[in-house]
Design a protein around this ligand. Structure first.
Ligand code: AHR
Length: 330
């Protein structure tokens, strides 16, 4: 009898040990089929915020992709454009032992410590949208997003075809984000190449409509001799348009100050068709299916591309059509 009890005890102990070792059995490493107790793959997603139409379309794309029906549990945390919130979210995901972390980083710098913690915990990190700079590129498994420098170069190529001498007003996005760095860099290269181009006013509008309006109002108070407004996203351009209307400065593709914008969201393209925005460079936010493809590859033990740029185009007020806007998914 005693012999049976002690055999039962040993088996019970072995069973408890096996169940407790769940976090250490390598289930979070790329290639292993990691699942939570409901059999779902748990994805912790640290999103920048809800600052723009682009961002909201990006969040929608993630929510529509990572559904329970498809076998996922998505834990989404909105960082309200603050890096410290993103660091806290990642630490929380690590504690929760999620299977994958997806990070849409607000800025490029400052990720080393927290991503090292994720790596030690064996949780693969996928970077989406903006890029990061790390001392060790094994801190993330894959990145998918836009070539922001190319977006800037596309806008500048249009400006070079159209203008020789220019006074430029520049509304930047969040300072230190790849979207701001790339688009600003594109413009800087254009100004370096074109002796007749001058940036007369510049400030950051954090990619929001409210700030875009505020900054444009201030610009107009300081300087009205502006030929081009180079505005680093659609929402800031909408704010600037409100300020231009109120400040009674003529603008548009048919005459007056020309507005260049980025994102080419549906609302941005409506403004382009109305000829209020002269040129709009696309930035594609539909990353949900792209991130899912990466996760599926990891689940199968495959190695996804380290870096994947999304194809993007641009729209001019002179050529855009109603059909292009109606076909827009965001
Ligand atoms: O990182 C992408 C940028 O972030 C988009 O251009 C902007 O609208 C968003 O907020």
């Amino acid at each position: 009898m005693n012999k049976h009890i002690s055999l039962f005890g040993v088996l019970l102990f072995a069973f408890i040990l096996a169940s407790c070792s769940g976090g250490d059995d390598g289930k979070n490493r790329p290639g292993n089929k990691a699942e939570n107790t409901d059999g779902l793959i748990v994805v912790g997603f640290s999103q920048v915020g809800a600052e723009s139409d682009w961002r909201r379309a990006n969040t929608r794309s993630m929510r529509e992709t990572f559904t329970r029906e498809k076998g996922y549990q998505l834990i989404l945390k909105d960082a309200q454009q603050k890096q410290e919130h993103q660091v806290a979210a990642i630490r929380d995901f690590i504690q929760k032992k999620v299977n994958y972390i997806v990070l849409a980083p607000v800025t490029e710098q400052g990720w080393d410590s927290v991503l090292k913690e994720a790596k030690i915990a064996g949780i693969p990190v996928i970077i989406m949208d903006r890029m990061i700079r790390t001392s060790d590129n094994t801190f993330f498994v894959s990145w998918v997003g836009s070539d922001f420098r190319k977006e800037g170069a596309t806008a500048v190529a249009w400006m070079e075809k159209t203008f020789k001498n220019l006074n430029i007003a520049h509304i930047q996005g969040n300072i230190g984000s790849s979207a701001q760095i790339g688009r600003t860099e594109g413009l800087r290269e254009g100004v370096d190449r074109n002796p007749g181009w001058r940036i007369v006013v510049r400030d950051s509008g954090d990619f929001t409509q409210v700030k875009g309006k505020e900054i444009m109002e201030r610009f107009l108070g300081e300087y009205r001799d502006i030929d081009v407004l180079y505005c680093e996203n659609d929402n800031m351009a909408f704010g600037a348009i409100q300020a231009l209307d109120e400040g009674r400065l003529p603008y548009g593709a048919s005459g007056g100050l020309k507005i260049i914008s980025f994102d080419a969201t549906r609302a941005g393209l409506e403004q382009t068709l109305a000829r209020n925005i002269s040129y709009n460079v696309e930035c594609n936010p539909l990353h949900g299916p792209r991130v899912e493809k990466i996760i599926q590859q990891l689940q199968l033990g495959k190695t996804p591309n380290k870096i994947a740029y999304v194809d993007e185009t641009a729209f001019s007020a002179d050529t855009i059509t109603r059909e292009e806007i109606d076909a827009r998914a965001y």
